[in-house]
Design a protein around this ligand. Structure first.
Ligand code: ADP
Ligand code: MG
Length: 262
């Protein structure tokens, strides 16, 4: 499989007063097209710094980030902004919705940069909002929605341009109870369906289990890079698997009959 993201010897140093904080120390890896990849680590381990370099929101001190065939570390701000608009969607912990605009306008906004007509933009945005379960909330403004609903708007906005890659930094960090699981499924399912790549940052191992691969960071270095053996499944899948494992009495009887026959 072709890799869509390739980072080599990435280093990020922040000067703070006279000190220099090494937030990323010589990090290298590749992510394949369609991979759901989680960056896991405790607070301060360098997760956001890494994601910001990957998405081209910050320039690395050393090393390179190549997306597709483009070395984004060397692009000018102007070209980088265009590149992001075309290929990248971003989901933020604090949603980053424009407060004065409705859910529909927030989601339709990225399509404006594509030169799409207003009618088409609104139609597309309404479709996406319906997909995330907000069909009845399209004219609500952010303050008229719960955190979970706002994040659904954020997800619809990230996906509306059909980006090749979605980056999400602690997307469920401000949510409580059941909502994180719903939000995770809303991001992971379309990525699996359309072979889009998801790079997700979290400190929560339970949420990391939605990913195909988990990269663990500590003090700006990768300390573990593993395939996820126990991809989190939906309730239905878990039930179906359990049923397959524990045959019902009827099935047991059938098996017994078959054994007798043979
Ligand atoms: P995480 O997202 O895993 O919590 P961060 O990537 O935000 O971690 O931070 C990694 C380290 O870099 C921390 O020690 C943090 O204090 C430092 N850091 C992050 N951003 C800056 C910045 N803009 N200026 C100075 N230090 C920073
Ligand atoms: Mg962070």
């Amino acid at each position: 499989m072709a890799s869509i993201i390739k980072i080599q010897n990435l280093r990020k140093v922040y000067p703070v007063g006279k000190e220099r904080i090494v937030a990323l120390d010589n990090v290298s890896f590749e992510i394949e097209q369609g991979e759901i990849c989680c960056i896991l680590g405790t607070s301060g381990s360098g997760k956001s710094t890494l994601l910001n370099q990957l998405a081209g929101l910050e320039k690395p001190t050393k090393g390179s980030v190549v997306i597709g065939k483009t070395n984004i570390s060397t692009l000018s701000e102007n070209r980088l902004a265009k590149f992001r608009q075309k290929y990248i969607g971003f989901v933020f912990q604090s949603y980053n919705l424009l407060p004065a605009y409705t859910a529909l306008e927030n989601v339709a906004m990225p399509l404006m940069f594509r030169g799409m007509s207003k009618g088409k933009r609104n139609k597309k945005a309404a479709q996406l909002l319906k997909l995330v379960g907000l069909g009845k909330r399209i004219y609500h403004k952010p303050t008229q929605m719960s955190g979970g609903q706002q994040q659904r708007v954020g997800i619809a906005r990230a996906f509306v341009c059909k980006p090749k890659i979605i980056f999400a930094d602690e997307p469920t960090g401000n949510l409580d109870s059941q909502t994180p699981r719903d939000v995770m499924e809303l991001m992971v399912n379309p990525c699996r369906q359309y072979n889009e790549t998801l790079v997700l940052v979290t400190h929560d191992r339970d949420l990391a289990l939605y990913a195909d691969r988990i990269i663990t960071l500590q003090d700006g270095r990768i300390i573990n890079d593993e395939k996820n053996q126990s991809i989190a499944r939906t309730e239905e899948q878990i039930q179906a698997e359990q049923e397959a494992k524990e045959p019902t009495e009827e099935k047991e009887q059938e098996t017994a009959e078959q054994t007798e026959e043979s």
